[in-house]
Write a new protein. Structure first.
Ligand code: SIN
Length: 273
């Protein structure tokens, strides 16, 4: 298999791999550890192959809020129909950061792509952290932040297009609330990285609301710099896996009038404290 970095700091595309082949898993796992985002081009996988690949990394974390693929409750459907305007995952986020043990990784399989656009952007949270000044890193190092699912998946969104169309549901289950360090040591590599995100993080503990808001706003602007990013240009059949403890991601909603369908499987993680 041929592993080609996408940028200087994050992501790689892998040509010539087959996620169904057990003997290729160690090399794929190593690429995932090295690059945090891996794009496995041109896969021929059925839903059960997608699940078997995910289980090699760990147990499946079943998403509570996304519509599931019929017959496959462990696979979430990430869908935008051609007459819809909102895409799932448009804001910069880290999947499941509202859980006490947040998901380690997510695996997205492209089934239908628009004729243009529909890319996904990723940020390296390790690179973003390392680019902060030593004094800012020292300030952030002792802090913790609160993450919640309520304001994103709870009853507040009942009038949104995603809830009205049934793409998101189960609002009564949006009770998750977790506290994580603002800076984590990656559970596998030990690399230090920021672990706050604009969608699920509500505030930094122990700061006044205005202070927390300002610090988070500064960090979010800092993290969005293109130097920390990579962009995945999807083709039908691609499977992309990312590490939620090392990255943010964002779906680009620039293909109105066209359908985009992905299947997502999420893998369980561990406590980050
Ligand atoms: C997601 O946020 O999991 C979906 C990303 C995408 O559809 O590109």
């Amino acid at each position: 298999m041929d592993i080609r970095p996408l940028t200087g700091g994050l992501g790689a595309e892998i040509i010539g791999a087959d996620i169904r082949a057990e003997d290729q898993f160690p090399a794929i796992m190593q690429a995932f550890a090295d690059h945090s985002v891996i794009v496995l081009r041109d896969q021929k996988v059925a839903p059960d192959d997608h699940l078997s690949f995910a289980r090699r990394f760990g147990p499946i974390n079943v998403n509570r809020f996304f519509q599931a693929v019929p017959g496959h409750p462990e696979i979430a459907m990430v869908l935008k129909e051609k007459d819809q305007t909102e895409a799932v995952g448009e804001g910069w986020h880290t999947d499941h950061s509202y859980d006490v043990e947040p998901a380690m990784g997510s695996i997205l399989h492209a089934l239908e792509m628009p004729p243009f656009g529909g890319d996904t952007l990723f940020v390296s949270m390790g690179a973003a952290y390392e680019a902060l000044s030593p004094k800012m890193r020292a300030f952030l190092d002792g802090l913790s932040a609160v993450h919640s699912s309520r304001h994103v998946f709870g009853s507040d969104i009942k009038d949104s297009e995603a809830a009205q169309s049934g793409r998101l549901g189960n609002a009564q289950a949006a009770t998750q609330y977790a506290i994580h360090p603002v800076v984590i040591s990656h559970p596998l590599s030990g690399r230090r990285g920021l672990y706050v995100n604009p969608v699920f993080t509500t505030h930094i503990q122990g700061l006044a609301p205005a202070e927390s808001e300002s610090i988070l706003a500064m960090l979010y602007e800092h993290c969005k710099q293109p130097e920390f990013q990579c962009r995945v240009r999807w083709r039908v059949g691609d499977v992309t896996m990312w590490d939620n403890r090392a990255t943010w991601h964002k779906a680009i909603n620039d293909y109105h009038g066209h359908r985009r369908l992905m299947h997502r499987v999420t893998v369980e993680g561990v406590s980050l404290s």
